[in-house]
Design a protein around this ligand. Sequence first.
Ligand code: RIB
Ligand code: CA
Length: 312
Amino acid sequence: MARRQIIIDTDPGQDDAVAILLALASPELEVLGITCVAGNVPLELTAKNARIVCELAGRTDIRVFAGCEKPIARKLVTAEHVHGKTGLDGITLPDPTMPVQDQHAVDFIIETLRSEPEGSVTLVPIGPLTNIATALERAPDIAPRVAEIVLMGGAYFEVGNITPTAEFNIYVDPEAAKIVYGAGIPLVMMPLDVTHKALTTRERVEAFRALPGKVGPAVASWTEFFERFDKEKYGSLGAPLHDPLTIAWLLRPDLFAGRHINVEIETGSDLTLGMTVADWWRVTDRAANATFVKDLDADAFFALLTERLARL
Ligand code: RIB
Ligand code: CA
Protein backbone atom coordinates (compact mmCIF):
# COMPACT_ATOMS: atom_id res chain seq x y z
CA MET A 1 0.00 0.00 0.00
CA ALA A 2 1.45 3.38 -1.00
CA ARG A 3 1.67 5.52 2.12
CA ARG A 4 0.44 9.10 1.82
CA GLN A 5 3.27 11.52 2.64
CA ILE A 6 2.25 14.39 4.90
CA ILE A 7 3.73 17.34 6.77
CA ILE A 8 1.74 18.33 9.87
CA ASP A 9 1.98 22.06 10.67
CA THR A 10 0.81 22.55 14.21
CA ASP A 11 0.48 24.62 17.40
CA PRO A 12 -0.04 21.94 20.11
CA GLY A 13 -2.66 22.31 21.88
CA GLN A 14 -4.43 19.23 23.18
CA ASP A 15 -6.43 18.68 19.99
CA ASP A 16 -3.29 19.05 17.88
CA ALA A 17 -1.73 16.37 20.07
CA VAL A 18 -4.57 13.97 19.30
CA ALA A 19 -4.21 14.69 15.58
CA ILE A 20 -0.48 13.93 15.72
CA LEU A 21 -1.12 10.69 17.64
CA LEU A 22 -3.76 9.60 15.13
CA ALA A 23 -1.34 10.22 12.25
CA LEU A 24 1.50 8.34 13.96
CA ALA A 25 -0.82 5.41 14.65
CA SER A 26 -1.94 5.12 11.02
CA PRO A 27 0.23 3.08 8.63
CA GLU A 28 -1.54 4.65 5.67
CA LEU A 29 0.37 7.86 6.41
CA GLU A 30 4.06 8.75 6.37
CA VAL A 31 4.76 11.81 8.53
CA LEU A 32 7.73 13.44 6.77
CA GLY A 33 8.00 16.03 9.52
CA ILE A 34 6.12 18.07 12.09
CA THR A 35 6.51 21.84 11.67
CA CYS A 36 5.56 24.03 14.61
CA VAL A 37 4.07 27.50 14.57
CA ALA A 38 3.08 30.03 17.24
CA GLY A 39 -0.63 29.87 17.98
CA ASN A 40 -2.31 28.31 20.98
CA VAL A 41 0.88 29.08 22.90
CA PRO A 42 4.18 30.71 21.83
CA LEU A 43 6.51 28.87 19.45
CA GLU A 44 8.95 27.69 22.13
CA LEU A 45 6.09 25.77 23.77
CA THR A 46 4.51 24.45 20.56
CA ALA A 47 7.91 23.06 19.49
CA LYS A 48 8.33 21.50 22.94
CA ASN A 49 4.80 20.07 22.99
CA ALA A 50 5.13 18.47 19.56
CA ARG A 51 8.15 16.55 20.85
CA ILE A 52 6.34 15.57 24.05
CA VAL A 53 3.61 14.03 21.89
CA CYS A 54 6.11 12.19 19.65
CA GLU A 55 7.83 10.74 22.73
CA LEU A 56 4.47 9.72 24.22
CA ALA A 57 3.88 7.78 20.98
CA GLY A 58 7.37 6.27 21.14
CA ARG A 59 8.32 8.05 17.92
CA THR A 60 11.55 9.89 18.61
CA ASP A 61 12.42 9.23 14.94
CA ILE A 62 9.99 11.95 13.82
CA ARG A 63 11.68 15.22 12.86
CA VAL A 64 10.21 18.28 14.60
CA PHE A 65 10.94 21.77 13.24
CA ALA A 66 10.36 25.20 14.76
CA GLY A 67 8.84 27.78 12.42
CA CYS A 68 7.42 31.28 12.64
CA GLU A 69 7.11 32.84 16.08
CA LYS A 70 4.61 35.50 15.05
CA PRO A 71 1.99 36.15 12.34
CA ILE A 72 3.00 37.75 9.04
CA ALA A 73 1.66 41.21 9.79
CA ARG A 74 0.19 41.24 13.28
CA LYS A 75 0.93 40.69 16.94
CA LEU A 76 0.57 37.10 18.13
CA VAL A 77 -2.72 36.19 19.83
CA THR A 78 -2.55 33.01 21.94
CA ALA A 79 -5.19 30.78 23.59
CA GLU A 80 -3.96 29.84 27.04
CA HIS A 81 -7.53 30.42 28.22
CA VAL A 82 -8.45 27.29 26.27
CA HIS A 83 -5.33 25.12 26.36
CA GLY A 84 -3.73 26.24 29.66
CA LYS A 85 -0.34 27.84 30.28
CA THR A 86 1.67 24.94 28.85
CA GLY A 87 -0.65 24.36 25.91
CA LEU A 88 -0.97 20.71 27.01
CA ASP A 89 -2.57 21.21 30.42
CA GLY A 90 -4.55 18.25 31.78
CA ILE A 91 -1.64 15.91 32.40
CA THR A 92 2.03 16.50 33.20
CA LEU A 93 4.35 14.56 30.91
CA PRO A 94 8.16 14.52 31.01
CA ASP A 95 10.07 17.26 29.18
CA PRO A 96 11.23 15.98 25.78
CA THR A 97 14.76 14.68 25.25
CA MET A 98 14.52 14.41 21.43
CA PRO A 99 15.96 17.50 19.71
CA VAL A 100 14.20 20.09 17.62
CA GLN A 101 15.78 20.20 14.16
CA ASP A 102 18.23 23.00 13.35
CA GLN A 103 16.54 23.73 10.02
CA HIS A 104 13.74 26.32 10.10
CA ALA A 105 10.30 24.82 9.46
CA VAL A 106 9.69 27.03 6.43
CA ASP A 107 12.95 25.91 4.82
CA PHE A 108 12.01 22.28 5.53
CA ILE A 109 8.62 22.73 3.87
CA ILE A 110 10.20 24.34 0.78
CA GLU A 111 13.04 21.82 0.54
CA THR A 112 10.72 18.83 0.96
CA LEU A 113 8.24 20.03 -1.66
CA ARG A 114 11.08 20.70 -4.11
CA SER A 115 12.75 17.33 -3.55
CA GLU A 116 9.76 14.97 -3.31
CA PRO A 117 7.94 14.04 -6.54
CA GLU A 118 5.44 16.67 -7.66
CA GLY A 119 2.00 16.02 -6.19
CA SER A 120 3.25 13.53 -3.59
CA VAL A 121 3.20 15.63 -0.41
CA THR A 122 0.06 16.74 1.46
CA LEU A 123 0.23 19.67 3.89
CA VAL A 124 -1.88 19.35 7.03
CA PRO A 125 -1.98 22.73 8.81
CA ILE A 126 -3.83 22.60 12.14
CA GLY A 127 -2.77 25.97 13.56
CA PRO A 128 -2.37 29.49 12.19
CA LEU A 129 -1.19 29.40 8.56
CA THR A 130 1.95 31.52 9.03
CA ASN A 131 4.50 28.81 8.12
CA ILE A 132 2.59 27.67 5.04
CA ALA A 133 2.02 31.19 3.72
CA THR A 134 5.64 32.19 4.36
CA ALA A 135 6.84 29.15 2.40
CA LEU A 136 4.51 29.99 -0.50
CA GLU A 137 5.63 33.63 -0.53
CA ARG A 138 9.33 32.72 -0.34
CA ALA A 139 9.09 29.93 -2.95
CA PRO A 140 6.08 30.33 -5.27
CA ASP A 141 7.38 27.39 -7.32
CA ILE A 142 6.24 24.94 -4.61
CA ALA A 143 2.51 25.73 -4.99
CA PRO A 144 1.87 23.40 -7.97
CA ARG A 145 3.94 20.70 -6.27
CA VAL A 146 1.59 20.40 -3.27
CA ALA A 147 -0.81 17.45 -3.60
CA GLU A 148 -3.44 18.96 -1.31
CA ILE A 149 -3.83 21.13 1.77
CA VAL A 150 -6.12 19.64 4.43
CA LEU A 151 -6.50 22.22 7.19
CA MET A 152 -8.46 22.87 10.34
CA GLY A 153 -9.75 26.42 10.31
CA GLY A 154 -12.58 28.78 9.58
CA ALA A 155 -16.27 28.83 10.30
CA TYR A 156 -19.43 30.04 8.60
CA PHE A 157 -22.85 28.91 9.89
CA GLU A 158 -21.22 28.16 13.26
CA VAL A 159 -19.67 31.68 13.35
CA GLY A 160 -16.56 32.46 15.41
CA ASN A 161 -14.91 31.06 18.54
CA ILE A 162 -12.38 33.86 19.18
CA THR A 163 -14.47 36.80 17.85
CA PRO A 164 -18.15 36.87 16.82
CA THR A 165 -17.12 36.06 13.23
CA ALA A 166 -13.68 34.39 13.21
CA GLU A 167 -12.22 31.01 14.13
CA PHE A 168 -8.90 31.11 16.01
CA ASN A 169 -6.45 29.67 13.43
CA ILE A 170 -7.60 32.06 10.72
CA TYR A 171 -7.99 35.01 13.09
CA VAL A 172 -4.41 34.77 14.40
CA ASP A 173 -2.96 35.23 10.91
CA PRO A 174 -5.62 36.33 8.40
CA GLU A 175 -3.01 37.60 5.92
CA ALA A 176 -1.45 34.14 5.88
CA ALA A 177 -4.85 32.54 5.36
CA LYS A 178 -5.55 34.88 2.44
CA ILE A 179 -2.30 33.76 0.78
CA VAL A 180 -3.07 30.06 1.30
CA TYR A 181 -6.70 30.26 0.09
CA GLY A 182 -5.52 32.23 -2.95
CA ALA A 183 -2.66 29.91 -3.93
CA GLY A 184 -4.67 27.71 -6.30
CA ILE A 185 -3.76 24.57 -4.33
CA PRO A 186 -6.47 21.89 -3.83
CA LEU A 187 -7.75 22.72 -0.35
CA VAL A 188 -9.99 20.89 2.14
CA MET A 189 -11.06 22.81 5.23
CA MET A 190 -12.45 21.47 8.50
CA PRO A 191 -14.28 24.49 9.95
CA LEU A 192 -16.03 24.79 13.29
CA ASP A 193 -19.20 23.82 11.41
CA VAL A 194 -17.99 20.22 11.38
CA THR A 195 -15.60 20.16 14.34
CA HIS A 196 -18.37 21.20 16.72
CA LYS A 197 -20.08 17.92 15.78
CA ALA A 198 -17.06 15.87 16.98
CA LEU A 199 -17.58 16.22 20.74
CA THR A 200 -15.76 14.20 23.40
CA THR A 201 -18.79 13.04 25.33
CA ARG A 202 -18.32 11.26 28.67
CA GLU A 203 -18.66 7.85 27.02
CA ARG A 204 -16.05 8.66 24.39
CA VAL A 205 -13.59 10.00 26.99
CA GLU A 206 -14.05 6.85 29.10
CA ALA A 207 -13.29 4.76 26.01
CA PHE A 208 -9.98 6.65 25.69
CA ARG A 209 -9.23 6.17 29.40
CA ALA A 210 -9.89 2.43 29.19
CA LEU A 211 -7.25 1.90 26.49
CA PRO A 212 -4.13 -0.05 27.48
CA GLY A 213 -0.86 1.86 27.86
CA LYS A 214 -0.26 5.57 28.43
CA VAL A 215 -1.69 7.18 25.29
CA GLY A 216 -5.41 6.63 25.93
CA PRO A 217 -5.36 7.94 29.51
CA ALA A 218 -3.30 10.96 28.41
CA VAL A 219 -5.83 11.79 25.68
CA ALA A 220 -8.67 11.41 28.22
CA SER A 221 -6.93 13.82 30.60
CA TRP A 222 -6.22 16.33 27.83
CA THR A 223 -9.81 16.32 26.60
CA GLU A 224 -11.17 16.64 30.14
CA PHE A 225 -9.10 19.81 30.54
CA PHE A 226 -9.73 21.15 27.05
CA GLU A 227 -13.52 20.65 27.19
CA ARG A 228 -14.22 23.18 29.95
CA PHE A 229 -13.90 26.17 27.55
CA ASP A 230 -16.48 24.86 25.10
CA LYS A 231 -18.81 23.51 27.80
CA GLU A 232 -18.93 26.94 29.46
CA LYS A 233 -19.23 28.88 26.20
CA TYR A 234 -21.52 26.65 24.15
CA GLY A 235 -23.01 24.38 26.81
CA SER A 236 -21.71 21.54 24.65
CA LEU A 237 -21.48 17.92 25.76
CA GLY A 238 -17.72 17.87 25.46
CA ALA A 239 -14.67 19.25 23.70
CA PRO A 240 -14.79 19.58 19.91
CA LEU A 241 -11.86 17.53 18.61
CA HIS A 242 -11.00 20.05 15.91
CA ASP A 243 -7.60 19.05 14.55
CA PRO A 244 -7.87 15.23 14.36
CA LEU A 245 -10.61 15.59 11.74
CA THR A 246 -7.94 16.54 9.19
CA ILE A 247 -6.15 13.23 9.72
CA ALA A 248 -9.44 11.30 9.78
CA TRP A 249 -10.27 12.86 6.39
CA LEU A 250 -7.03 11.45 4.96
CA LEU A 251 -7.90 8.02 6.34
CA ARG A 252 -11.66 7.91 5.76
CA PRO A 253 -12.98 10.78 3.59
CA ASP A 254 -16.23 8.81 3.31
CA LEU A 255 -17.04 9.81 6.90
CA PHE A 256 -17.41 13.44 5.84
CA ALA A 257 -19.68 15.60 3.64
CA GLY A 258 -19.20 19.09 2.26
CA ARG A 259 -19.24 21.30 -0.82
CA HIS A 260 -16.57 22.69 -3.14
CA ILE A 261 -17.23 26.41 -2.96
CA ASN A 262 -15.57 29.82 -2.86
CA VAL A 263 -14.16 30.89 0.50
CA GLU A 264 -12.56 34.29 0.96
CA ILE A 265 -10.74 35.66 4.02
CA GLU A 266 -11.58 39.03 5.55
CA THR A 267 -8.39 41.02 6.20
CA GLY A 268 -9.62 44.64 5.87
CA SER A 269 -12.32 45.00 8.53
CA ASP A 270 -11.57 45.16 12.27
CA LEU A 271 -15.17 44.07 12.92
CA THR A 272 -14.98 40.83 10.91
CA LEU A 273 -11.21 40.27 10.69
CA GLY A 274 -10.37 36.63 9.93
CA MET A 275 -13.88 35.67 8.88
CA THR A 276 -14.02 32.88 6.28
CA VAL A 277 -16.73 34.15 3.93
CA ALA A 278 -18.10 30.90 2.49
CA ASP A 279 -20.28 31.17 -0.61
CA TRP A 280 -22.23 28.04 0.44
CA TRP A 281 -25.24 28.94 -1.77
CA ARG A 282 -23.00 29.94 -4.70
CA VAL A 283 -24.58 33.40 -4.99
CA THR A 284 -21.40 34.94 -6.43
CA ASP A 285 -19.36 34.12 -9.51
CA ARG A 286 -16.20 33.78 -7.41
CA ALA A 287 -14.31 30.62 -8.33
CA ALA A 288 -14.53 27.65 -5.98
CA ASN A 289 -11.24 27.28 -4.08
CA ALA A 290 -12.03 25.04 -1.09
CA THR A 291 -13.97 21.98 -0.04
CA PHE A 292 -15.94 23.24 2.96
CA VAL A 293 -16.65 20.17 5.11
CA LYS A 294 -19.87 20.58 7.08
CA ASP A 295 -20.86 17.13 8.35
CA LEU A 296 -19.33 13.89 9.63
CA ASP A 297 -20.30 10.51 11.04
CA ALA A 298 -19.15 11.31 14.57
CA ASP A 299 -19.59 7.80 15.97
CA ALA A 300 -17.50 6.32 13.16
CA PHE A 301 -14.84 9.01 13.66
CA PHE A 302 -14.50 8.25 17.37
CA ALA A 303 -14.44 4.50 16.67
CA LEU A 304 -11.59 5.06 14.19
CA LEU A 305 -9.71 7.35 16.59
CA THR A 306 -10.07 5.00 19.56
CA GLU A 307 -9.04 1.95 17.53
CA ARG A 308 -5.94 3.74 16.24
CA LEU A 309 -4.91 5.18 19.62
CA ALA A 310 -5.04 1.63 21.00
CA ARG A 311 -2.22 0.72 18.62
CA LEU A 312 0.28 3.13 20.23
O1 RIB B 1 -10.27 27.04 16.63
C1 RIB B 1 -9.72 25.76 16.87
C2 RIB B 1 -8.29 25.72 16.46
O2 RIB B 1 -7.55 26.66 17.22
C3 RIB B 1 -7.63 24.35 16.75
O3 RIB B 1 -6.62 24.10 15.80
C4 RIB B 1 -7.02 24.54 18.10
O4 RIB B 1 -5.88 23.71 18.32
C5 RIB B 1 -6.59 25.98 18.02
O5 RIB B 1 -5.33 26.02 17.35
CA1 CA C 1 -4.34 23.64 16.51
